[in-house]
Design a protein around this ligand. Structure first.
Ligand SMILES: Nc1ncnc2c1ncn2[C@@H]1O[C@H](COP(=O)(O)OP(=O)(O)OP(=O)(O)O)[C@@H](O)[C@H]1O
Length: 549
């Protein structure tokens, strides 16, 4: 938190000065009150007129001071909150994908929206109030020391007592804020589930069920907020009762002092100062607890955490000139072994089709070859270099993925194909041609510069799939990983797209349940997974055998 607040040192100093201006105003107000009381007591008209003049000057100064103080604080707060938003966003974007995928994306959305808003609403208000109250407490105490040592020592002892009392509330305040954050995550996930599946829910008449679940999630979130609120007031009230008792004791003490000849103005000032000391503390301690709770939320959303997954952290560049060798690879999910002693070779430029029944481990095998998992036994080497020594970044630069579901950005067709990389126009046009998108582009008013609707809602399955092929070609991907790239398309379109895959120069590693006669046999090899065992066959042999089954 310190680094965050001090990242703009000069603005932070201005912020503190602005806070100090606020404190000064408070004491000026207190001084004016005491002056008026003194002037009334003095019964001297000339002196009274002078005090009225001072009060008039104060009335002009106070709003000006307030305005300047606010202007000085506001920019610093805005910039700092912006930093928190950026840091929270960076934390998510820079997370290794494996770690990212351990939580629902809605949790991250909740962190970026609910938690940052919560931080924004609570941190600076609490921090400012804490600073103001502590500042006022210190100044009041110093004045009190000068005016009445005994009273100031008593107030100091009272402060220490309040400190210990307030610290009893710190842990609970923080845990309540954490609960608000987790309930916010659950609420966002619930809402997202409902809205993403609204069509299915309506078609099956089960929207009411989800409505109940969503309402329950809202209730849980609001209940947590309510609990936090009640608890904050409770700690304030407990401290308040104590401070009220102290105020009564101060009045009794000052009563005796007045009897002993103390001036009314001095007694008023002492009373104001000592009740202020306790009031400032009543406000300061709960605020400090809130600052600590907000700091914990800040750490959760913006501070990079220790990676919980083993990630491919190699540094070598991915270079694929000859072959990828998979040797004696065993891979399990928990106790369930998926691949047993798998050994085979992927030759550059060849086309591989992975076959096996549902759940055999086809996607798992692709994920191993695509560096998604590295917690396997055995070795995977590309041109003799161990996969684990290769940097994920350099690998991702040279490969492309085609899935059944294609994600499209709400942006131009060009940006969707180039994926925001600086790719020459000729290469994009070539990709469009090879992917069979020429007709589609011709029909667009603005050609490749036409914008797609949200996730390409206005495109057919085949057009979406072709855009994802164009991405791979534009990128000049050396390896194309395809997981059920044609299964959502009709027979004819699927055949066309499959043909396109097989005509590419890249190495293709594909999973497909479909068999397109006259096309599928053109794969070079079939990798079959049966009971965890992996066998690689020349495609011609494999299909001849299958066809004779
Ligand atoms: N992240 C995971 N954690 C635990 N088990 C998993 C995980 N991913 C997959 N599995 C299990 O591993 C096995 C292989 O899954 P995989 O997705 O590789 O099969 P598949 O052959 O691609 O299946 P399908 O053809 O149905 O897509 C399945 O039993 C699956 O339940």
């Amino acid at each position: 938190m310190k680094e965050l607040l001090l990242s703009r040192k000069s603005k932070f100093i201005l912020y503190l000065i602005a806070t100090f201006m606020f404190i000064i105003d408070h004491f000026a107000q207190m001084g004016v009150n005491a002056l008026i009381m003194g002037a009334i007591e003095k019964r001297d008209l000339a002196y009274y007129k002078m005090v009225v003049l001072i009060t008039a000057v104060y009335i002009i100064y106070a709003p000006l001071n307030f305005l300047i103080s606010r202007l000085l604080r506001i920019r610093y707060m805005r910039d700092t909150i912006l930093d928190v938003r950026k840091q929270a966003f960076k934390k998510i974007i820079n997370m290794p994908f494996k770690q990212y995928s351990q939580k629902s994306k809605d949790v991250y959305i909740s962190n970026l929206i609910n938690d940052v808003n919560n931080f924004e609403n609570k941190f600076f208000i609490s921090f400012l109030n804490f600073l103001i109250n502590v500042g006022m407490f210190i100044i009041s105490l110093v004045i009190l020391i000068v005016l009445d040592l005994k009273l100031s020592i008593a107030m100091l002892m009272f402060s220490v007592l309040l400190y210990f009392l307030a610290s009893l509330f710190t842990k609970k305040t923080t845990s309540l804020e954490q609960e608000i954050s987790t309930s916010g995550e659950a609420f966002t996930t619930e809402m997202s589930n409902t809205f993403n599946g609204l069509e299915i829910l309506k078609l099956n008449n089960i929207e009411d069920k989800f409505l109940h679940k969503s309402v329950a999630a809202i209730n849980r979130l609001e209940k947590r907020k309510y609990m936090a609120n009640v608890f904050n007031h409770l700690q304030r009230d407990v401290i308040y009762v104590l401070s009220f008792a102290v105020s009564v004791a101060v009045v009794i003490y000052l009563g005796f002092q007045l009897q002993n000849g103390m001036a009314l103005s001095e007694a008023t000032l002492l009373f104001l100062l000592s009740t202020s000391v306790s009031n400032y503390l009543i406000n300061a301690f709960p605020m400090w607890n809130q600052v600590k709770a907000s700091t914990a939320i800040y750490k959760k959303i913006a501070k990079p955490e220790e990676s919980t997954v083993k990630a491919g952290r190699g540094t070598k560049d991915f270079k694929f000139e000859d072959k990828i060798e998979v040797s004696h690879v065993n891979f399990s999910f928990g106790n369930k072994q998926i691949l047993k002693d798998a050994s085979f070779t992927i030759e550059k430029g060849k086309k591989y089709l992975i076959k096996g029944v549902s759940g055999a481990g086809k996607s798992t095998l692709i994920n191993l070859l695509a560096m998604v998992y590295d917690d396997y036994e055995g070795n995977i080497k590309v041109d003799q270099v161990d996969y684990r020594d290769i940097s994920e970044k350099s690998f991702h630069e040279k490969v492309a993925f085609i899935y059944q579901d294609v994600f499209l950005f709400e942006d131009t067709i060009k940006n969707n194909i180039a994926l925001y990389q600086d790719i020459p126009e000729e290469r994009i046009n070539y990709a469009i041609k090879v992917a069979g998108l020429e007709e589609f582009i011709k029909e667009r008013k603005e050609g490749i510069n036409e914008r797609l609707a949200e996730n390409g809602k206005n495109l057919s399955g085949g057009q979406r799939q072709r855009i994802s092929i164009a991405r791979a070609i534009a990128k000049n991907a050396e390896i194309l990983f395809i997981d059920e790239g044609t299964s959502s398309l009709n027979e004819e379109l699927g055949r066309e797209i499959e043909k396109t895959f097989l005509q590419l120069n890249s190495t293709v590693i594909a999973i497909s349940h479909r068999y397109y006669e006259g096309v599928t046999e053109n794969y070079d090899y079939v990798i079959e997974i049966k009971n965890g065992k992996v066998h690689c066959f020349p495609a011609k042999d494999y299909f001849e055998e299958v066809i004779t089954w």
